[in-house]
Each structure stands twice: as C-alpha cells, then as structure tokens.
Design a protein around this ligand. Structure first.
Ligand SMILES: Cc1cc2nc3c(=O)[nH]c(=O)nc-3n(C[C@H](O)[C@H](O)[C@H](O)COP(=O)(O)OP(=O)(O)OC[C@H]3O[C@@H](n4cnc5c(N)ncnc54)[C@H](O)[C@@H]3O)c2cc1C
Length: 657
C-alpha cells in the first residue's frame, strides 16, 4: 500500500518550492500580460475609432467628389444646351433682321408710293385751282379745314373734313341770313320769328351745321353758337360747355321698317355701326320667301346679334319734334323712340312713262313684255324692275326686282334690237340670296307656304340639317327645306340658311328646277366631291334622299313647328330623344322628351308606350339617329312613328338648355 505524503504548511519539499516558484513566475507573468493586454486593447480601440473616422471622412469625400462630378456634368450639359439655344437665338435674330430688312424695303417703297400720291394730289389741287381761276389755297394746319378764296371778298369752304376732337360751330344769325339781297333781308327782318326761320338762306345754314355735326367722330365734343350782335349758345344752358357728340345729332336708336332682304342688310349695317336697331315687320314672319320655321331660325340668329324684331305690327306713324324724327308709332299704338328710320318695304315698278306712252301694263303691275323683252309697242323694249317676268314653276306672271335678272334681260333686249327675235328670256325660278350677320339666306323656286297660297295641296317637303363640309375641314351648319310635287317628284323649291356655303346649294337646286329635274334625278346627281368642298353625300343630295324617303312612305316627318304645336296643345304623343346622355346634358329641348340613346333602343323597347298606335316622335341633333330609331320602332310594330325633321339644329324656339 502506497504511503500517503503528509502535507502541512511547513512540510514543503524542494520540489514543492520549485513548483511554487515556477507557478509564481507564471502567475506574475499572467498578471503583467493581462495588464499590458488591457493597455493594448485600449490603444487598438482608439486606433479603430481613428480609422473609422478617417474611413468616414474618405467616404464623405468620395460622396462629395461624386456630387462635384455630377454637378460638373450638369454644368457641362447646361453649357451645351445654352450654346445650342444661343445659336438658335442668333439664327432667329438673323432671320428677323432679314425679314425686317424686307419690311423696311417695303415700308420705304410704301412711303415713296404715299409721297408720290401726295405729290399727285398736290399737283391735282394746283390744277383745280388754276382751272377755277382762284388764288392759292390757305390751309389751316392741324384743323383739316381748307379754305379757298373765291371772287371778290367772299370765302368758300370746300373739301371740309371734320377730324378734330373739339369742334366749335358758329353760325351767322344776322339779318343778312334772311335773304340774298339787302332789300329782301330788311323786309324779312320785319316778319315774325317762325317766318324768319323759314328763310331759304337760313335753312341752308342750318342744314350745313346739321351735316357738319353728323360728320363729327362720336368721341368728339362740340359747342354750337349763333352770333348777331353777340354770340349765344343755341342750346339753353350750354354756354361755354363742351357737349359730347353723341348727345347731339348722332343716332343711338334706329328703326328698320320692313323685314325683307334689304331691311335685314340695313339692320346688320346699323348694328355693326353700334346703333340699337329694331326691325318692324307687318306680317307674321320675316323674309316672306322662306317658310315660317326657317324664318324663325333667322329671327333667332338676328336677335342673338343684338337687334330686336317685332312681327305682326306695322309702322303707322313717324313721330317728330322741331323737324327731327323722335320715334315711330306702331299699328297697336306702341311708340318706339328712334333718331333714324329706314323704310325698306319693297319696290313697285315705275311704269308711269310706259303708261303715258300707251304701253300695256300686265296683271301684276309691271310692263308687259314677251320673251324677247318687247313691249306692246314693237319699237319699245323694257327690262329690269319695271317689267313682269314669267315664273318657270307656276307659269304665272311675277315681279322679280333683282339685279342679275335686269342684266340678263338687258342682254336679250340688246340682241333683239340688233337682230329681231334672235334671243329669248324664257322666265325665272326666283332665286335670291343675302347675308344676315353670320348666316347666308338663300332660296330658289317656291316655298311650301307659297305653294299652299297658290292652292297646291300636292306638295311634299323635307327639312334637313347638316354640315356643308366635314368637321375636320371646318364644316359649318346648313339647314334647308326642299319642296317637290308629290305626284311627279318634280322639284319646286329650296330654301337654305346657315353659316355654311348656302350659295352653292341654292345654285345647284336652281339649276335642277330650271332643268325640270325630279327628286329621283337629284338623288343620283354627280356633284363635285372632295373634303374641302363637300361631304361625300352633298347636303343637296341628302335633302333629296330624305324627300325621296318621304315620297316613298319610308319616313313620316313632322316640322319643328308641328312638334311645337303638339307640345303647346298638350297632345298625347311620346317624344323620344335618341342622342347620347352627354349630348342631352349639354343641350336639350325640355318638351317632355325621354332620352334613350339609339344604341340602347333595341334593349329598352319596354320603356316605350306599349300601345302600338300611339304617336311617337323621334329626333336627335340633326334627326339622322332619329330616323334610324324610327326604322327600329317600325320594325318592332309601332305604326305611328314620326321624325322631327332637322332635329335640334332646326328648333327655333326656346330650349331648356
Ligand atoms: C339696297 C338695295 C340692295 C339690292 N341688292 C341686290 C342684290 O344683292 N342682288 C340683286 O340681285 N338685286 C339687288 N337689288 C335690286 C337691284 O338693285 C335692282 O333689281 C336693279 O337695280 C334693277 O335694275 P333696273 O335697271 O331695272 O333699275 P334701277 O337700277 O333702279 O335703274 C333705273 C334707273 O332709271 C332711272 N329712271 C327712272 N325713270 C326715268 C325716266 N323717266 N327717264 C330716265 N331715267 C329714269 C332711275 O333714276 C334709275 O337710275 C338691290 C336693291 C336695293 C335698293
């Protein structure tokens, strides 16, 4: 058994001591090592922090470098763009300079031309003066008044032009204004004032002042004085006061008597001159050659431009004060103020001379002529407004005071004078045209109303709306009505209005009437087509197609007037608008209509009255979709389906929207 070594504190052997010493050395080393490790870690941490810091600085630096590089690139790009721009600006400047040089050249040329005109004018004036034997003119600079010294010590004003802003009228009211010679001047001086005022010389002076006042620009001011022994203002309380020209003799309100072609041309001119204008028409409608529904559309167009129109009321009396017009009184007693009235109530043939010569006057009051323009006296020919013409439609004599006819007839008469019987003027279709603000109004042949007045019951009409050329070519609206004989299909008349090219359509139909063409002929007419000039189916052809559909019983139409009458009388009918909801939102009649877009009609037939005999009236913007809708309903058994002809575009009455 192994002996166990005893241990106590004092029992260490040498080996123990060595081991202990060695252990102490290790311990000591560990202590030292641990202390120096801690120091080393501390240094490392500091160094790492330093490294991190530097690294961050380097990264920041890099970022800034990238930013700088980017901004350098941007600056480079901007510089390049600016260089491009400046090059372009320089080029444009060069171009402008070149254009300016051209304009400069033109201006110089124009100036030279004006100078030459002035020189010509001056030499003309000199010539005139030399011719009249007068002394040189005295021009008053800046006043546009040129005075010429005549014989003796009298002075005449001539070529006077009132262009100033302030004009002073001074009229001589001394006794010398009562007569030319001293004896009569003294004699008249003893007459009472009203008689004195009627003196010819004085009235002449008053008219001159009136004329001068009328020439003043509207923005000018004036003073009006008479002098005898002393000057005094003509208008009470205006001593030394400058009056606005428009307070004087200028026209603010005008009345046009007569709503025919000339009345409306005058009305437009007055309105464009800034004058408040009213047209008074005695009959129930304006423009008697149109049917009432189209006339009403023109009425609405005129009103939209400012002038008022009164129909069914004539002018009974002109009202005035001190020899000036102050207004008119209508048949119903209404008084309308105005300073100007234009009477445009038509013309009567001037046949006095012919009557006195024993020449025959015809049934409608013109000189009777044959087709050679020869009167009842074979040596006398007559042409123009004074003669009667034969209507190629009715065969009846009519009066047609138009400038083109006067010229045509003049040529025929001239030819026959040279060689008897060599030329004929067979008759007229009664074609006319005029401009009323943005609308052209044209007509040829007879209207439905005229046909009715002539006792013709057998006529059919078709009213259509549509563009003259495609939308992308700037198409403008046309609204027209074609009239034809129901039995033969012969075209009897055509009316067309709107901002589009009316003239071409009226001329086409005028030729169709002249050639006795029928609706069927016109449907297949070979008219010129290219988008700038027409639709593929020209307006006239579409009008003929609609009329053909009606003549063949494929379509039943109602005029807008007939629809309005039904609405006003509360007639039992169902009104169907076949446009889109967007169109309905933008514009609608508000006459109790139901909106069912054409595309949805087949699916929504259940919303229609199920009584198949009930009158259903369809329309859209121009009634093309209305017609298609009517065809769908007819195919589904509704018998009383009608189309409002021309659609909303032909509706002349007030709309809800
Ligand atoms: C404002 C206005 C606008 C018009 N616009 C148009 C239009 O756009 N298009 C159109 O087609 N038509 C238009 N007309 C109609 C057209 O002017 C006439 O149809 C045309 O002038 C008729 O010609 P005329 O030679 O028969 O008569 P006028 O042109 O009137 O000429 C007759 C002449 O005979 C003279 N005379 C009369 N009696 C005698 C006598 N005993 N001895 C000698 N001379 C005499 C008259 O003084 C007059 O100069 C317009 C008319 C007016 C008033």
């Amino acid at each position: 058994m192994a002996r166990r070594r005893e241990t106590n504190i004092f029992s260490l052997s040498l080996l123990d001591c060595i081991c202990c010493g060695f252990g102490a050395l290790i311990l000591f080393h560990m202590i030292i090592a641990s202390r120096s490790g801690r120091q080393y870690e501390k240094v490392t941490e500091t160094l790492r922090a330093e490294v991190d810091k530097r690294e961050k600085e380097v990264l920041d630096g890099n970022e800034r470098l990238v930013e700088l590089r980017n901004s350098f690139r941007e600056i480079d790009e901007k510089r390049a763009a600016a260089q491009g721009l400046s090059t372009r600006i320089l080029e444009t400047l060069k171009q402008i300079e070149a254009e300016l040089a051209i304009y400069d050249g033109q201006t110089v040329a124009q100036r030279e031309h004006v100078n030459k005109l002035k020189a010509d004018l001056k030499s003309l004036e000199e010539g005139t003066k030399r011719y009249s034997g007068g002394t040189p003119s005295q021009e008053v600079p800046g006043r546009n008044v040129r005075s010429f010294v005549g014989d003796g010590d009298r002075q005449y004003l001539t070529g006077l032009k009132v262009g100033g802003k302030r004009i002073f009228f001074l009229a001589d009211a001394s006794s010398s204004m009562l007569a030319e010679d001293i004896v009569n001047a003294v004699r008249r001086h003893l007459f009472p004032p009203p008689t004195r005022l009627r003196a010819r010389k004085w009235r002449h002076a008053v008219r001159s002042v009136d004329w001068l006042a009328a020439q003043m620009p509207r923005e000018a001011q004036f003073q009006l004085y008479v002098f005898n022994t002393r000057a005094r203002p003509v208008l009470a309380g205006t001593d030394g006061v400058w009056l606005a020209a428009k307070d004087g003799a200028t026209v603010d309100k005008a009345i046009v008597v007569g709503g025919g072609l000339i009345g409306f041309e005058v009305c437009e001119a007055l309105r464009l001159a800034g004058i408040d204008t009213t047209v008074i028409e005695k009959t129930r409608q304006i423009l008697p050659f149109l049917d009432p529904d189209l006339a009403k559309l023109v009425e609405r167009h005129v009103r939209a431009h400012g002038p008022d129109i009164i129909v069914g009321n004539g002018v009974a009396e002109f009202l005035g004060e001190d020899g000036r017009l102050t207004g008119v009184k209508l048949d119903n007693g209404t008084e309308l103020p105005c300073q100007l009235a234009v009477v445009a109530v038509g013309v009567r043939p001037n046949v006095g001379l012919a009557q006195a010569a024993g020449i025959e006057i015809g049934e409608v009051g013109g000189i009777r002529v044959d087709e050679h323009m020869q009167t009842s006296d074979p040596d006398v020919y007559a042409v123009g407004d004074c003669v009667e013409c034969r209507s190629l439609i009715t065969g009846k004599k009519v009066r047609a005071p138009y400038g083109d006819l006067a010229n045509l007839q003049g040529r025929v008469a001239g030819q026959n004078v040279v060689r008897a019987g060599s030329a004929r003027f067979p008759g007229i279709t009664q074609t006319g045209i005029c401009k009323i603000f943005d609308y052209t109004v044209g007509f040829t042949g007879i209207s439905a109303k005229q046909a009715q007045d002539l006792g013709w019951r057998n006529v059919e009409t078709a009213t259509i709306s549509g563009l003259d050329i495609p939308v992308f070519m700037g198409g403008k609206l046309l609204i027209s009505k074609m009239v034809a004989d129901r039995e033969t299909g012969r075209i009897l008349g055509f009316q067309c209005i709107g901002p589009g090219d009316v003239s071409k359509r009226v001329a086409t139909v005028a030729m169709a009437i002249r050639g006795n063409l029928t609706v069927a002929d016109l449907v297949n007419a070979d008219l010129p087509y290219a988008p700038p000039y027409s639709l593929a189916l020209d307006h006239v052809i579409v009008a003929a197609q609609v009329l053909e559909n009606k003549l063949a019983g494929r379509m039943q139409g109602l005029s807008v007037t007939e629809v309005k009458q039904r609405v006003d009388s509360g007639a039992d009918c169902f009104i169907l608008d076949t446009r889109s909801p967007a169109e309905f939102e933008e514009m609608r009649l508000g006459i109790g209509e139901t909106l069912i877009p054409l595309g949805a009609l087949r699916d929504r037939l259940g919303e229609l009255p199920q009584d198949k005999d009930k009158e259903i009236i369809l329309y859209c913007k121009i009634s093309l979709r209305g017609y298609e809708g009517a065809a769908i309903l007819s195919a589904h058994g509704w018998h009383n389906v009608k189309v409002m002809e021309g659609g909303i575009m032909a509706w002349p009455y007030p709309r809800e929207k």
